[in-house]
Design a protein around this ligand. Structure first.
Ligand code: GLU
Length: 555
């Protein structure tokens, strides 16, 4: 009779190394007490998901905070789903957010003593581990065809049983080693399955850094651990890798909790200590009907990190926003720290909310405005240019026309104690600042202007003419405003305070109404950056041209 040892040699005749050899090749890391080794383990199957950015942010933070190591491992064993180039893209996007691994897969190279960090290059390591399981009788070859598996499933459906390859349904479990060897030698295709000792009626106790202690049904599935293409499946590969890469803390999305029983059993079967687990809440969104649902790759543009980059959000703002999801006390902290030095915030798993966090674009915009308001003229211009070069030809054309002029526009009420928070991203800049440019302005005023209908055309024309002839830009902002008020009062349009109280009906409007007329005439909009500075940037001559243009349009 063929022993397990002999069967293992028939299946893997070339594998000479042992688990002990691997233990020596990848020794325990020499880190200080409490240092955590975390990993981000993306599959190269597409774009960087906002949820994955969240995960990698926490991985980076936990490692940095504890003086540990954060590494990236590319999980590319599912060759059918792989999208060429997406691994490199993931890494370059992480870099934009300043999430830089200490070791591991770096895009087109790798760094560190625990590699290779790309799973498809680790086939020989997995084979050693699988051979070891076969020797111990904890793994076996399975020859079932797709048709046989379908047949098992339909029987289970009819009997209303849990689907899968387990217990009595795990046909190939019951073959003798002699039968196995004969079928392999006859050239039959096969995969290797793990032999589970579990029973789903029993429960295991697990501890999660986010969810605390809980119980979950044992695994009883004989999952495939080694495919016919010579590569392992995710479940097995990650267990081998997390062990030999000496991961202390597995941080990943909550969707992996249901696989935890498999992972725990695999670690046990190998005789390895399980790492600590932290399953992070899934980022949700409110749908049209007001129900919470997971951010969907298919339905939601904000599910892809590239959306924020293409729209020109400052990377820092998205990270700051994700930190509010990560820890409930972060928001108060960052307010108190004036939106600076977020790296000094002490993250803790215990302050993470268990319910999926709702993605709140309003809050992201708020952080983005705070962050952009803090940049000085040079910084904001450099950021805008970098963004425009990568994503926005329309903005690039505006900047390149006259960088000096663009700088003046962006510098309105910047570099001061309480800077204005006009911008949250660069994507809508052409729309927001287009009116500064003569030709764009001339296009904009072809549309009807949003003047308050309360005022007759004649009144508007009268006020605009008076402003054109009487409003000086030589004064400071206060003087300019006083000047505008004087003009409004002199024309009997607005009153000064006392007169107004005595007889409010005697006046057509207020100085605010006059300012609005002027703003609309100069910018075509009801909202714009500070009007005084807009006029300073446009200069008197261009302001007069615009006023005359509007007057002729109104006539
Ligand atoms: N490769 C898995 C994924 O793409 C990683 C899961 C884990 O972190 O263990 O999500």
């Amino acid at each position: 009779m063929i022993s397990n040892q002999e069967l293992a040699n028939i299946i893997f005749p070339d594998v000479k190394e042992t688990i002990e050899d691997l233990e020596k090749r990848y020794p325990a890391r020499n880190l200080k007490e409490g240092a955590e080794v975390t990993r981000f383990a993306p599959s190269p199957t597409g774009f960087l998901h906002t949820g994955s950015l969240f995960t990698s942010l926490i991985c980076r933070k936990v490692a940095t905070q504890s003086g540990g190591i954060f590494y990236v491992r590319l999980e590319d064993t599912d060759t059918k789903r792989e999208i060429q180039g997406s691994g490199e893209q993931l890494l370059s996007q992480l870099k934009v957010f300043d999430i830089v691994p200490d070791e591991g897969y770096l895009g087109n190279s790798e760094k560190g003593n625990y590699g290779p960090y790309v799973q498809s290059k680790r086939a020989d390591i997995y084979r050693v581990a699988i051979k070891c399981l076969i020797e111990q009788g904890r793994a076996y070859p399975c020859f079932c065809s797709q048709a046989e598996l379908d047949d098992i499933r339909s029987k289970q459906e009819k009997m209303k049983l849990i689907p899968g390859y387990y217990g009595q349904f795990a046909k190939c479990r019951f073959l003798t080693n002699d039968e196995r060897a004969a079928r392999i030698q006859a050239g039959e295709p096969y995969v290797i399955r793990f032999k589970s000792n579990g029973n789903h009626i029993r429960k295991i106790k697990v501890t999660d850094l986010v969810h605390g202690n809980f119980e979950i049904a044992q695994n009883d599935q004989d999952i495939v651990i080694y495919k016919s293409d010579g590569l392992p499946t995710y479940h097995f590969a990650h267990c081998v890798d997390d062990h030999f890469m000496r991961t202390t803390t597995v941080i990943r999305g909550e969707e992996w909790i249901s696989s935890l029983p498999i992972h725990v059993e695999l670690f046990e079967a190998m005789g390895w200590k399980t790492p600590n687990y932290a399953h992070l809440p899934v980022i949700m969104k409110l749908d049209e009907k007001g129900n919470k649902r997971k951010l969907s790759k298919r339905l939601d543009s904000e599910a892809a990190v590239s959306y924020f980059l293409e729209d020109g959000y400052p990377a820092e703002a998205l990270i700051m926003y994700l930190m509010t999801i990560a820890n409930s006390n972060f928001e108060e902290w960052i307010f108190a720290h004036k939106f600076e030095h977020m790296e000094e915030f002490e993250f803790s798993f215990s302050k993470m909310s268990l319910e999926g966090a709702l993605f709140d674009i309003g809050k992201l915009n708020f952080f983005a405005r705070e962050i952009l308001a803090k940049k000085n003229k040079k910084e904001i211009c450099d950021m805008a240019l970098t963004y425009a070069k990568a994503y926005n030809p329309e903005l690039l054309a505006l900047i390149e026309r006259d960088p000096e002029f663009f700088g003046e526009i962006m510098n309105i009420e910047r570099e001061k104690e309480n800077p204005r928070k006009d911008y949250e991203k660069f994507g809508n800049l052409p729309e927001l600042i287009g009116f500064f440019y003569k030709d764009k302005y001339d296009e904009l005023v072809k549309e009807p202007l949003p003047f308050n209908e309360k005022f007759s055309k004649e009144t508007i024309i009268e006020m605009l003419e008076a402003l054109r002839d009487g409003l000086s830009l030589d004064a400071d902002e206060q003087g300019w405003f006083a000047n505008m008020k004087e003009i409004a009062v002199n024309h009997g349009f607005a009153a000064n305070g006392k007169e107004f109280k005595a007889n409010p009906e005697a006046f057509k409007g207020t100085v605010g109404d006059v300012a609005e007329m002027l703003r609309i005439s100069l910018t075509s909009k009801k909202n714009s950056p500070n009007l005084y500075y807009v006029m300073k940037v446009l200069k008197k001559e261009e302001c007069d041209r615009r006023i005359n243009k509007v007057i002729s349009l109104l006539k």
